[in-house]
Write a new protein. Structure first.
Length: 270
């Protein structure tokens, strides 16, 4: 079981697109029971990107506002096998995410049921902090422009800050898995310079997402690139990133198994 928070310090980075592609990959290619939580209440677009036409009567917003208590009431089966969705109301107020205890309870409960939990976070550092408490890994999606660079250190340092702030309240085990570069905002030459600058500072990049015509084709069809354009460069780059994540996960699991065998970790806590 693993939970990912897909985060970005700025909107329009391709964060939600990445979350949908990862959800499709885990559910339909890896055949893992997956749930995608749309927590970007201010600019929710998961429903549109995934081509879901339903209008849920019970949503994440209702759960956070205490209108309902049962988590199962807000879980919806998507058109894809093995993939469930949790959606906000169409005109949801982002203030509901300030009720972080209910979000922590929700994301923790989903981890008990699903193999993979993916949360699409709002582009707001304060909200990202709150949503990071119960997850295993943060993946940062960034646009390679000069406006984004100042926010990157803050995004990467979230796990360290959380472990310090909540050391007496929660058991925080989240890690920052790495950055994904959205390569479509400015000239290739400028983006390469910014990418090199960030890599020289020691930032770990999981990969890049080229925003090409295949992404636009998939979005016009309200489908994922991996579903409609599997042989495209974008699909191949996405799969490379996801294989990277799998490799990282397996390495961590192998380390944990060795520690369990040596008796260095209490199994009840992992």
């Amino acid at each position: 079981m693993v939970s990912y928070l897909i985060a970005s310090p700025r909107g329009g980075s391709g964060k939600s697109t990445f979350a949908c592609e990862l959800a499709y990959y885990c559910s339909n290619i890896l055949n893992k029971r997956t749930v995608l939580v749309d927590a970007d209440m201010k600019a929710s677009c998961i429903r549109m990107l995934m081509g879901e036409v339903f209008n849920p009567s019970k949503t994440l917003t209702h759960l956070l506002s205490n209108d309902i208590e049962n988590i199962e009431e807000i879980l919806y089966t998507s058109k894809y096998p093995n993939l469930s969705l949790v959606m906000p109301s169409e005109r949801a107020d982002v203030k509901f995410l300030s009720k972080h205890k209910k979000m922590i309870a929700l994301l923790s409960a989903l981890k008990e049921v699903y193999d993979v939990v993916i949360t699409d976070a709002p582009p707001d550092i304060e909200q990202i902090y709150r949503l990071s408490i119960p997850v295993d890994s943060i993946i940062g999606i960034i646009r390679l422009d000069l406006q984004t660079i100042p926010h990157v250190p803050q995004l990467i340092s979230i796990p360290i800050t959380l472990k310090h702030v909540f050391r007496d309240t929660y058991t925080v085990s989240v890690v920052f898995e790495g950055l994904v570069a959205s390569m479509y905002d400015s000239s290739i030459k400028e983006q390469e310079k910014i990418l090199k600058l960030l890599e020289d500072r020691g930032y770990n990049f999981l990969g890049r997402i080229p925003f090409d015509k295949n992404v636009q084709k998939a979005q016009l069809q309200s489908k994922t690139v991996l579903e409609t354009q599997r042989k495209s460069k974008t699909a191949k780059d996405l799969e490379e990133i996801f294989l990277n994540l799998l490799k990282i996960r397996r390495e961590k699991e192998n380390i944990l198994r060795k520690l369990f065998r040596r008796g260095n970790i209490d199994k009840k806590n992992h």
